[in-house]
Design a protein. Structure first.
Lengths: 129, 129
C-alpha cells in the first residue's frame, strides 16, 4: 500500500482583464460561485462573490466569498480550517455565474460536517444523510 | 467494442412535502438551480426556478426554469431539442440552492453550441474554447 502524496499548494490565478470584464454582477454587486471538487467532480457548495472577493480569490488561490447575512468577506477555512485551494475558475456564457474547481481541505465544504452542502435530495437518493 | 445502451427515460421524482418545504426562495421568489451531467459530473449550467417550475420539473422529470429576462417559464429543450432528463435533485444545507443531476440530450446545455455553459476560464485552462 502506497501513501498518496498530498501537498496541495496555493496557486494564484492570473486573470486576463478581458475575462474579468465579462463578469456580470447582480443589483447587489454579487455573482454566484459554484464550487466543485477537483478529481471527484462533486458539487460542494454555492456561495456569492463580489468583484473584490473574486479578485482576492484569484490572487490568493483560495476561495473568498461575500456573506450576504453578515455583509462581510468570508475567507473559506479561516475559522474551520477547511480551505478550498483553487485549481481552475470558469465563467458561464452570460458571465453571470462562476465555477470554481478546488481541492477541498479538511472535513469538507459544509458547516454541518458533510463533505458537500448538497447532502439531501428530493425523492431520496442513495447516500442521503 | 460494445455499444453503450442509451435509452434515457423520463422519470418523475416524487418529492416529500417536508423536503419541498425546506426550499428557500429569494425576494423574487426564485432559487438557483445548478445542473450537473450524470456520469461525467460536468457542471453544465445554472439557471433559476420558482416554486411552480420546481414542482413541474419534478413532476415531468425534465428541467423547467424561470426566465428572468423574459419573465416566463422555459422548459429546457422545447425549442432546441436539448432536453435534460432528471436523474436526481438535491438541495443544499440552507435550502437556497438546488442541484439537478441530469442526462443531457442533444448537443449540450449551452445556447452557444458548447456542451457546458462554463466553456471559458480565467487564466486559461486546457480545453478552453
Amino acid at each position: 500500500m502506497t501513501a498518496m502524496p498530498s501537498a496541495p499548494a496555493v496557486t494564484p490565478i492570473e486573470a486576463r482583464p478581458e475575462d474579468l470584464a465579462r463578469v456580470v454582477y447582480n443589483a447587489d454587486g454579487l455573482v454566484p460561485a459554484i464550487v466543485q471538487e477537483a478529481g471527484t467532480g462533486t458539487v460542494l457548495m454555492m456561495a456569492w462573490m463580489n468583484a473584490d472577493t473574486l479578485v482576492r480569490s484569484l490572487a490568493e488561490g483560495r476561495t473568498v466569498f461575500w456573506s450576504r447575512s453578515r455583509q462581510e468577506q468570508w475567507r473559506k477555512g479561516d475559522t474551520s480550517g477547511d480551505r478550498q485551494l483553487i485549481r481552475e475558475v470558469r465563467y458561464d456564457c452570460d458571465g453571470d455565474v462562476l465555477l470554481f474547481v478546488v481541492e477541498q481541505e479538511g472535513r469538507g465544504a459544509c458547516h454541518t460536517g458533510e463533505r458537500s452542502c448538497f447532502y439531501r435530495s428530493f425523492g431520496g437518493a442513495p447516500g442521503d444523510a
